[in-house]
Design a protein around this ligand. Sequence first.
Ligand code: ADP
Ligand code: ZN
Length: 729
Amino acid sequence: MKEGNNSLLNLLQQNWGYTSFRPLQEEAVTAVREGRDSLVILPTGGGKSLCYQLPALVMEGMAVVISPLISLMKDQVDQLTSRGIEAACLNSSLSPNDKMAVDRQIKDGQLKLLYVAPERLLGGSFLTYLKQFPISFFAIDEAHCISQWGHDFRPEYRALKILRKEFPEVALHSYTATATQKVRHDIVQQLGLPDPEILVGSFDRPNLHYSVARSGKKKEKLLQLCGLVERHKGESGIVYCISRKSVEELAKALNDNGYRAIPYHAGLEDEPRKRAQEQFLNEKVDIIVATVAFGMGIDKTNVRYVVHWGMPKSIEHYQQESGRAGRDGLDSDCLLFYSIADLITWKRILVDLEPEHQRIAFTQLEEMESYANTTRCRHRYLVEYFGQAFEKEGCGACDLCLGNIETNPDSLVIAQKILSCVIRLNQRFGVKHTIDVLRGSKAARVIQFRHHELSTYGLLEESPASHVEDWIAQLCEQGFLSRNDEHKTLFVTADGNDVLKGEKIPRLVQFESPPIEAFIDDSWEGVDTNLFAKLKELRTRLAAEEKIPPYVVFGDAALRDMGRKRPSTHRSFLMVEGVGKKKKEKYGDLFLEAINNYCEKNGLEMDIFTRSPKSPIKLKPIMNGTKQKAFDLFGRRKNVEEVASQIERASSTTRGYLAEYLDAEKIIDPTPWIDGALHERIGNTIERVGMDRLRPIFEDLGGEIPYDQIRVSVTCWKNRDAANESSQS
Ligand code: ADP
Ligand code: ZN
């Protein structure tokens, strides 16, 4: 077994030039080799193709890969043949001569992989034809197309169940990036897999840097977009718009500003549409501005950013579209512009749906809205949305974790004002009216209901409406407020009541600063960028000669690694990430010559193999200055009042920092902040009532001890328990 895997690793190294498997690839390959049916779920860029390509190489016979898209097949076949692996596809785009050539290859037993569309496989007598040859296995790509619950149901995929009947001895393997339980179940059912190996990968894409910008004026938006494009000069990016009109407008604006951008949408004729796609793939233009019509089956691995100029209509769409960035595992940016106006646009577009579908569509929109308004980590949000746990504390790769968005120090007080206002309004009014009352508006509706007489009238007079609106959205996202399904009126949840009592503290933030500057991209570490640019030119030239996309010659990761390691010999060239035997033979001389020349001319050291580009170091989230100062003062055991006055913040805010400090530093002794005897007393109470919730403790103590003192004590007791546990194990 061990030996078997060792040789798999050798195959990976020799043919692909990769040094290790990505998560679950090895398991997936093993399932194929053992002939056990499988369902493999990996996110976009997770490396699904390798799961069947690698075993196909070593198994007897020919693997048949079922794939829905011609462009996808062609790309994969190009990639395989460039690695010296015998592969071909059969589809309607082939000429009769080409078809005959493929038939010949099959008959000669040369092919290791054959790609076909489902229509072709099941149409005519193709299955009978296939039966003459040894088939190693069937691989079904984009397997979610089988399921009605998937976002891309294709009826012809349903008919694939016939494979089990016609080829009872041949294993079926299916691959998709779609996560939901329902779809998974459906695939297994439809294909008739009795006991498949099911492998579900993590949905986190740590190399994608997510950020959300509030979209204000178009001009500011464009400025922000250009800032991002500027940082990725000469690299590929996709910008998604909701409407064809904005595609056209934006493509023009980008060109006017000196960037090479091309529009793409379903309203274009076939010819210009195809040309746009090709120019993007062949890197004749950097930016494609497109509607969602663009992207299915685009395998380009070096897309460095995906921007959503308008908000997508669901998290699934967002995940899929933004997921087209960074398939090669290198750091990439995903920026979403969010505005209420987009929400309204979508609602208008979706208005014609049947009631049932409309309800689902609106819920999905709300989830998208909630993503934009979350104040926690965006990676966490997405991963949890797809039903997985997010283990890390912060991701180091989203606008929220990178900390350039500060928590409002008065979060608790502001939240309490908003929540009490909602209660004073008898929880019968929507967002807009609530904002009006809080800001002391004289709108007719306010006066008519005599809401200007409420005690909460004008409590947030000083704050701009857009802030109040954001805060309400944040309270909804954090579960302190909710909206009634039917009339969208606001009401306070049980957790919201805890906020009113000061038992829970929400996090309110202002999204003002442009969030795109803070991501420090360390995948360039050690890379000579001029050399990289030279090698890229060489790549483009070779690709044009061979009529294949540049990234098929070498991916960005390989070129950067060349610019980093600067190999001088064929032997050391093989140590570059993504260089296998075949590619070394084919391109080695040319690339080595370019590298040698450059290094000689610039006096650069060569053959540098010290640091592996793998496991890039991620920055720790930056704490805001005030909080850092508070932590330092607490470390010197200053009390709350003293710290509050030094950092010039309300004592409620300071107590919030104290709680975070105790938790972060795992403090056991709370005595500078509460009395030792009281701490013991609370300890006794905890013995009786537990410490999951503060309220029972508060009540048990006769309702006299303030919550924040209880919180300090409980945190320290918890820390002590944790310390005891870890010392025992
Ligand atoms: P998916 O189909 O899951 O979206 P692909 O199969 O297109 O992903 O793979 C994405 C990229 O990752 C490709 O460039 C592929 O060559 C690369 N890749 C796959 N496996 C590995 C690996 N083990 N090490 C490094 N790169 C890999
Ligand atoms: Zn994060």
